[in-house]
Design a protein around this ligand. Structure first.
Ligand SMILES: N[C@@H](CCC(=O)N[C@@H](CS)C(=O)NCC(=O)O)C(=O)O
Length: 221
């Protein structure tokens, strides 16, 4: 039995998208993105109250990167995963986990723009800095996608969990930094968000944490 503990439009969407792509049976428990995640019963699964948590075969995992590694090893070692010893293994691990480097900037921007209820706590300086650091991550993905061969996916060998991790992180990132200066990323991203499994992982109307398509630090200057 696989059960995903999920809050819409958060990192748990990355695991939800992966589960849909893996086409394995699973259920989803959806939580509001609030103090519900600090209840003892949730903390018993995720010790600092973060989403996702994943119940699988009587055990519980947290951390999207670890979950991606484990699920791919189990269900798609040479499809969405790259098995130990395979030529793309090192690259796969690198880019699966690079999603988290993007996500820390998205999390800081989400806190600044969306989660702080007192305007005096917001800092346009932090907003600008984090948006620029996020765009620097886009530049790294742009360089990867244009690295000497016409890649359709993050890895030359084809669509993998690296596309899912980065696609979800960039989906969140587009709320704060546009893809206009990154044409290869924009072209790849358009294909990622057209995938049925991505669409199936989107929040139901009114359920996400963002009520704007784009949050501009300049609005707070
Ligand atoms: N590195 C963790 C980060 C998980 C994480 O921080 N999730 C956020 C949602 S995107 C969360 O649950 N935040 C709640 C909080 O900060 O209290 C992962 O990749 O799973």
């Amino acid at each position: 039995m696989i059960r995903l503990h999920h809050s819409p439009q958060t990192r748990s969407m990355r695991t939800l998208w992966l589960l849909h792509e893996l086409d394995v049976p699973f259920e989803v428990l959806t939580y509001p993105f609030d103090a519900t995640l600090q209840r003892p019963e949730y903390l018993a699964m995720s010790p600092v109250g973060r989403v996702p948590a994943l119940e699988i075969d009587g055990e519980v995992m947290f951390e999207t990167g670890a979950i991606a590694e484990y699920l791919c090893e189990r269900f798609s070692p040479d499809g969405l995963g790259r098995a130990p010893g395979s030529t793309e293994r090192m690259e796969w691990l690198t880019w699966v986990h690079f999603a988290e480097t993007l996500s820390v900037h998205v999390a800081a921007l989400t806190q600044q723009h969306v989660m702080l209820f007192q305007d005096e706590m917001r800092s346009p300086v932090i907003m600008k800095l984090e948006a620029k650091r996020l765009a620097k991550c886009y530049a790294a993905v742009e360089a990867k996608l244009t690295k000497g061969f016409a890649e359709r996916y993050i890895l030359q060998g084809g669509f993998s969990a690296a596309d899912i991790g980065l696609g979800q992180a960039i989906y969140m990132g587009t709320h704060f930094a546009a893809l206009d200066d990154y044409p290869a990323v924009a072209e790849w991203y358009a294909r990622m968000v057209a995938r049925p499994a991505f669409i199936a992982s989107l929040p139901a109307p009114g359920q996400g944490i963002y009520d704007q398509a784009f949050y501009d630090w300049r609005a707070w200057q």
